[in-house]
Design a protein around this ligand. Structure first.
Ligand SMILES: [Zn+2]
Length: 77
């Protein structure tokens, strides 16, 4: 018996680096064209909307960063 697993959504590791700045990557974007991009949390947020337009699949692990309390969540005034 063989068990079918999807290997394409592998978790990101500390060795994965942002394509823009070289920081640790928390977002993997698999493009519809077959390529792959890696972004840190900062650039994931900056390019997020655009990336979703061209992405076939997005692995978002930015929640791993939420161990530092972000007070900017509801910053209305
Ligand atoms: Zn970056």
């Amino acid at each position: 018996m063989t068990t079918a697993v999807a290997p394409s959504t592998a978790a990101l590791s500390a060795a994965d680096r942002c394509d823009r700045c070289g920081a640790q990557a928390y977002l993997r974007v698999e493009l519809q064209s077959g390529g792959e991009l890696l972004f840190c949390a900062h650039h994931a947020r900056e390019h997020g909307d655009k990336l979703k337009e061209i992405a076939a699949n997005v692995v978002d692990e930015t929640h791993k960063l939420s161990n530092t309390p972000a007070s900017a969540a509801d910053d209305e005034r």
